[in-house]
Design a protein around this ligand. Sequence first.
Ligand code: COA
Length: 313
Amino acid sequence: MLDRAPLPRQRRLWLDCLIATRMRDLTVELQSPEDPVDRQALIEGMLSHHAETYGDPHFEPFGLFLRDERGESQGGLAGRIRWGWLYVEILWVRKELRGQGHGSDLLERAEARARSQGCVAVHLETGGSLALPFYQKRGYEVVGVTEGFPPGSRQHFMRKWLSGQEPSDRVERPWTPVDAEVGRAAISYSNGNLPVEAFLELARRVWARDYDERAAAAALARTMNISAWEGPRLVGSVRILSDGYFFATVPEILVDPDYQGRGIGRELMRVALTVAPRGKLFFGAQPQSEEFFRRIGAVSGPVGMVIDATGLR
Ligand SMILES: CC(C)(COP(=O)(O)OP(=O)(O)OC[C@H]1O[C@@H](n2cnc3c(N)ncnc32)[C@H](O)[C@@H]1OP(=O)(O)O)[C@@H](O)C(=O)NCCC(=O)NCCS
């Protein structure tokens, strides 16, 4: 049990002296740039302070990287999800590749990830006025301005409600990421990196056959890949092939046979529609999966056809 009786004066002086000595033992070190390990310790300290004050932020940092055929980075987005808000820390595309839709694609993918995690909003900062119309066109509104930073200009603080408007219950509603929701327990959805080994393991469980790993990796690199995970196990995936504007199709959707009938296919398609241009997907359904697509709301479109090079007359 703690002794809370006041300390005698002499002992108090001795304690003060000890604390002062300890304080004198501390040093302040300037690092420029800072050591990533020390920086991480700061982040963790701050996160645990925030968790004590506002509840668990379910902090999830993520990056989306635009790579060329040599795998070199040509741009990307760094995002952080906290308390159901996505903070876009960095969005950058190499100068030569601007004006080709890569920035909006990265932003849309980040928003889709935030939606799939149950986030309500996105916030970000942008200096100067150059990028302002880019964000405004995509539904971001200015909620604050700092004049004179950068010099001669201003910093804009921007926000976008992911459902199009402020949710009425957002202040009262405690946020938890979707994978913690009842009914979808332990399944988390991602539109980030899909490792080829995990994808082929899933594909073999659904359609047992030989797959060329290198060719499969190249195919995955060309599509947007939404995946469903139970811990480290890939239990479902849907790939979207799109020209980014007119058209998007689904090469395949796969759900692990042990996990079918639990709503994973429906959720994968819901997330897929958030990244498809104009929220539309055109695809051919195999006879055995037609009913699934109908159940989730797909309707018959133009009749699908296929032509094989050997059959060309
Ligand atoms: C088709 C597939 C993706 C469905 O995934 P799933 O996670 O099992 O589907 P869900 O649990 O989200 O099902 C959603 C609805 O469709 C129904 N459904 C799913 N598969 C069905 C099927 N084969 N036949 C009839 N209904 C089906 C479900 O009962 C559910 O209906 P409800 O909302 O009325 O309860 C999955 O079965 C699969 O991977 N199959 C093998 C690969 C394949 O054929 N892919 C499609 C062609 S690329």
